[in-house]
Design a protein around this ligand. Sequence first.
Ligand code: SF4
Length: 507
Amino acid sequence: MTVLVLGDQLTRTVGPLDRDGRVLMIEAHDFARRHPYHPHKLALVFAAMRRFRDRLRADGYTVDYRKFETFAEGLNAHFEAHPEDDITVVRPASHGGADRLRDLVTDAGGSLTVVEDERFLCSPAEFDEWAGDRDSLTHESFYRHMRRETGYLMDGDEPVGGEWNYDEQNRETPPEGYEPPEPPTFEYDEETREVIEWVESEFSGGYDDPPYGGDWADPDEFQWPVTREQALHALERFAESRLPEFGPYQDAMREGEWAMNHSLLSAPLNLGLLTPDEVVERVLDAYESRDVPLNSVEGYVRQVIGWREFLRHVYRREMPELATANQLGQTESLPEFYWTGETDMACLSDVIDGVRRRGYSHHIERLMILSNFALIYGVEPAELNRWFHAGYVDAFHWVTTPNVIEMGSFGAGVFATKPYASSANYVDKMSDYCSGCPYYKTKTTGEGACPFNTFYWDFLDRNEDELRSNHRMGLVYGHLDDKDDAEMEQIRERATELRERAERGDL
Ligand code: SF4
């Protein structure tokens, strides 16, 4: 029997790997050419695969590591060496991935056994039983279910501290001059450094051309864990230094502070270098042994056992329709500056610069700057999803699709109860961007008015038929009603002008 290990399944902690059998890993390069990917993402996946191979071999596993242009070529080579082999694989996370793989294996003369992915804390059967015939799926209810099932942060049947959620305490902004702890850094072996350089030369033909628009990602800035040891080091650094202030500042944004107090563990988690239970248990250990504030611990636990698991099952259940869902009928193209970073808007410029440089921005920057602007501008959700998929080191289709299409774009109405649309007000409250921006955060129309303000009201106006009856939008439509016809006309004119400027690359 052979176990096929895919590039985002790099774990021995759980799963079917067996020293008595054979392990097959296929590095398929055309996969990396079919869509644009951040160079650091490709370097991360290929380097992590090769280091995982080395570790398995060092521990006595027989590993066939095959480098081919296509996955099919890799499988054909395997079956030439091992005719009619039965391959076992952990269910691929992408929609239809298992079926595509089965076709390839069958065509090559073998058979495929698919086993469920045990890295997640909630199995498909458990989620489906929880979902039952509920009219709507809400994260908060699922999260409480997961707290009870795992026993994490539970005191008998009650949540530790008496509350399920401490978000009220997690909306602070740091004082002026605040310096978050330094993100972890890693020493790389020679092969990993070669992979980083190789990705640059092998795949970066496209990085100077559209859609990237040149100058993406300096290979020297690559700083992500590529081994389990490095991932555990990153976890330690988070638990020791970043976790205590993660909670209060988790929604805060500071120019030039790309990491703030965030864990930076999404990429190693999504690759399998860490498992969610060990991450949560290390965080709970910090809570119990070092008195780390409960609001920080609960906020982080919710991201891992709540949102991460919830979105995975939303993706599983709602695909393929979710990928193209567009209930608001948004049709605008993504402004070119998402690729080039060339915009005068201080918030978007800084966040996009970070994505270009290192394939990362934290969750509020993703939701309230990047997705929010695309939403109120009117961008088609699937196009925004493609951008996130291309831009981030931790992006996988099962992760970005529910986050971007549903949460960021209010595309499907599966679990989001209202669009996450906001004006400059929110950006100004949670960041220091507006004070250094050439646009005026308090102006909605006229010269210099902040585009977030114009597009916010324009968005509400354009989508009135779909949104006014939403009971969670009553207040904002009340404010829209306070605007007279003349002001609404100015907003529409300014929105048209700003769209033309965005198309010219002059926003
Ligand atoms: S004024 Fe508007 S564009 Fe400028 S930083 Fe603030 S929200 Fe962003």
